[in-house]
Design a protein. Structure first.
Length: 299
């Protein structure tokens, strides 16, 4: 009996030491949401920019992020783990630690509803509500494998953030539209965007904003305007309905689909636009065909 009591006491002490001094977080909040990890990843980053004092520390892929959020008397470490559950749902686990009062919180939480606990629940709830609101503002439908047809095009090259993609196109729309129209160039399809570089750690991209045209011997010359043959590509295709600012949500949906179906893709999407956002209207009625080209066997 004495031996049994000693073993139990030792286990309790070990558990207590782990809980108070080794456990890497003070509180855990968990929720499920109907979207893919990439959308959650981007939403966390955007939400963080709206807070008074928040700093992204780093990320691993799309599924793990760390950030510091400062409140009046403390700095909290938020560790976000995003776990895909189905094709359209994910689980989010938020591990939160008060870097200034961790031990105090761990002692108090089992017995009291602490201010730390209340603030953590309120903060994560605020994010969850904004995420659900964002999800309601767009739709993504995976179509499957399709073909991007070849075309000749006039284009401008843009370097920007993912969030600045739509603004980058708007800045160059007058250049493309005016020069081509004033020189009688015949358009040959819908405008499209071809991503040529995508840095997922910094969320920065480079893309060619293209107008399909009929090739001629007298194309206008401008220092920012270039021409090229866009070659046909086999790709995964999705339909995105929503504001072009966040059409990259379809990129993540296509990457998620490719991963789950063991399909190798280039991770350099192409977007074909069916609507002119300058005309206004309900963004959920705007249509974008989003393609994720397949990798060639020799890539």
């Amino acid at each position: 009996m004495k031996k049994f009591i000693l073993v139990i006491t030792a286990l309790v002490l070990m558990a207590l030491v782990w809980y108070l001094f080794i456990k890497p977080y003070d509180y855990l909040v968990t929720f499920n949401v109907r979207t893919v990890p990439g959308t959650i990843n981007q939403s966390i980053k955007l939400w963080g920019t709206t807070l008074k004092d928040s700093r992204l520390l780093g990320q691993e892929g799309f599924t793990h992020l760390e950030q510091n959020i400062k409140f009046s008397d403390s700095t909290y470490l938020y560790q976000w783990d995003i776990i895909p559950l189905t094709d359209s749902t994910s689980k989010v686990k938020v591990y939160v630690k008060d870097l200034d009062h961790s031990l105090k919180n761990k002692i108090a939480i089992p017995f009291f509803k602490t201010d730390f606990e209340k603030r953590t629940i309120s903060t994560v709830k605020d994010f969850h509500e904004k995420l659900n609101e964002h999800i309601g503002n767009f739709k993504v439908k995976i179509i499957g494998k399709n073909e991007l047809r070849s075309t000749y095009c006039a284009y401008v090259t843009v370097k920007t953030s993912q969030f600045g993609k739509a603004q980058g196109m708007m800045n160059d729309f007058p250049l493309l539209n005016t020069i081509l129209a004033n020189n009688g160039i015949v358009l040959n399809g819908r405008p499209f965007l071809e991503v040529t570089e995508w840095d997922k750690k910094t969320d920065s991209i480079q893309f060619d904003f293209c107008y399909p045209i009929i090739k001629s011997d007298s194309l206008p010359v401008h220092p920012d305007l270039k021409y090229k043959q866009f070659n046909s590509k086999n790709a995964l295709m999705a339909i995105y309905n929503g504001n072009y600012i966040t059409s990259d949500r379809a990129w993540y949906a296509l990457l998620d689909y490719a991963r789950k179906n063991n399909i190798d893709v280039t991770e350099l999407p192409v977007e074909v636009f069916h609507n002119n956002p300058n005309m206004g209207g309900d963004a959920l009625q705007w249509k974008t065909e989003v393609f994720m080209p397949l990798k060639d066997a020799d890539d």
